[in-house]
Ligand binder design. Structure first.
Ligand SMILES: Cc1ncc(COP(=O)(O)O)c(C=O)c1O
Ligand SMILES: [Zn+2]
Length: 417
């Protein structure tokens, strides 16, 4: 058991501080939506254990290379799945076509269950085991839950999952194959979230639902930490993240701020949250200068970010404002185009939400939001095999049915030619 490097859990709204053994989820004064907690570390204590030279000698090629700045008390509970250290691609082609200095693509669809969410699940399962629970739960549009089901299955925990009715088949298949009990709620993701929280409270299950669990953003911040190291400590000007609840976005900002506080970097990037037009409550709140989102009925092809009540709204709005970034809305058509561009120009196959951040980057380049000497990095947050129906919406051709005969192929080639 290592001693904790955590000083406190601090409410993002009222600033009250709690000890980790006092509280599991949110500030009781501010409630689940506004009382989300920041994990505050003892940076002076961590500094000597996490330097550039220590990191360069660390042979671990997963996100546990950042253990001193992760909220783990008992590393023995870490599950043997390789999370993080996902590849970066420097797309010179797109950067030059879009008129910016560089465009880095970080492919987080390469995580064990094929989404960014593995970063958070890997941390949350350790927290669940540290609490000696036997049953866990989560509400999710699909990726967080399938990831959670994998990690908790390895740990021998019972997983009870709540997903919306429209969860894509591949995500349901993952959940069921990992052995989770799955409730497919007749309603939206926002409905599934509330039902899951009620059930967790009633039956005492450990809840990995996003934002209310303070440790998820800590797992998610490791994407940012990797960018710092993988780019040789040269921090891009802009980081693009697709946004539903806002947890990946706030975690990304927390990662850069943690490394800044440790003196490992001396520049902070601007964080750009990209939302689907039909599910953009954070964009609307940011544009109006509001501190809270108006709930809305979300509708978008990008099921993973079809969120009407962003549960990490306090920290997400704060991250964009503090970093001098922005929120950008993109249409479903722009998301589908970005999937196709990503596949053909970079070779990465993403689900719609996975490519949404790239759609936002393209839009800002085209509208003058990014300039010639700007460097940008984009997280691709989920693999395309997660939602094959979504992928088929992005293609503009169908397979050609031919007889098993060369003349039939010849006929088709002639017709097309
Ligand atoms: C592929 C993908 N991209 C982006 C997101 C958005 O993450 P967040 O809800 O933390 O904003 C999700 C969340 O489910 C996701 O699965
Ligand atoms: Zn509070």
């Amino acid at each position: 058991m290592q001693t904790s490097n955590i000083l406190s859990l601090k409410c993002a709204t009222c600033g009250n501080e709690y000890q980790p053994n006092q509280i599991d989820y949110t500030c009781p004064t501010c409630g689940p939506l506004f009382g989300t907690l920041d994990v505050i570390y003892d940076y002076e204590k961590i500094k000597p254990t996490l330097t550039r030279s220590i990191l360069s000698e660390n042979k671990r090629q997963d996100h546990w290379r950042y253990l001193p700045i992760l909220p783990i008390l008992n590393p023995d509970f870490i599950q043997p799945l390789s999370v993080g250290w996902t590849p970066l691609y420097n797309s010179k082609k797109l950067a030059s076509e879009w008129g910016i200095k560089s465009l880095i693509i970080k492919d987080d669809g390469r995580n064990p269950t094929a989404s960014f969410k593995d970063r958070a699940s890997a941390v949350a399962v350790v927290k669940a085991l540290e609490k000696s629970v036997t049953t866990v739960t989560a509400a999710s549009t699909g990726n967080a839950a399938s990831s959670w089901s994998a990690f908790t299955a390895l740990a021998g925990l019972e997983a009870i999952i709540f997903v919306p009715q429209n969860a894509p088949k591949a995500k349901l298949a993952q959940l069921l194959l990992y052995g989770a009990k799955v409730f497919q709620v007749q309603g939206t993701y926002d409905d599934a979230f509330d039902l899951c929280c009620q059930a967790a409270e009633k039956w005492g299950w450990y809840n990995r639902s996003t934002a209310i669990n303070p440790y998820l953003g800590e797992g998610k911040k490791t994407g940012a930490l990797e960018i710092c190291e993988q780019l040789n400590w040269k921090i891009p000007d802009y980081i693009f993240v697709s946004v539903g609840d806002g947890c990946i976005l706030q975690g990304t900002w927390k990662g850069f701020k943690d490394f800044y506080a440790l003196g490992l970097i001396d520049k902070l990037p601007k964080i750009v949250g990209v939302q689907a037009e039909g599910a953009a409550p954070l964009f609307h709140a940011w544009q109006k200068g509001a501190m809270q989102c108006e709930p809305l009925e979300a509708k978008t092809v990008a099921d993973s970010i079809s969120v009407g009540i962003p549960r990490d709204q306090v920290k997400a709005l704060r991250a964009v404002r503090e970093s001098d970034g922005k929120f950008v809305p993109v249409s479903d058509a722009e998301i589908l185009e970005a999937m196709s561009i990503l596949a053909r120009r970079v070779g990465v196959f993403a689900e719609p939400a996975g490519a949404t951040a790239l759609a936002g980057a393209r839009k800002l380049c085209e509208t003058g939001g990014l300039r010639q000497d700007d460097e940008a990095a984009v997280f691709i947050t989920g693999n395309g095999l997660k939602d094959v129906e979504g992928a088929m919406k992005a293609v503009n051709q169908q397979p050609i049915l031919v007889e098993n005969d060369i003349n039939s192929v010849a006929q088709q080639i002639k017709t097309k030619g």
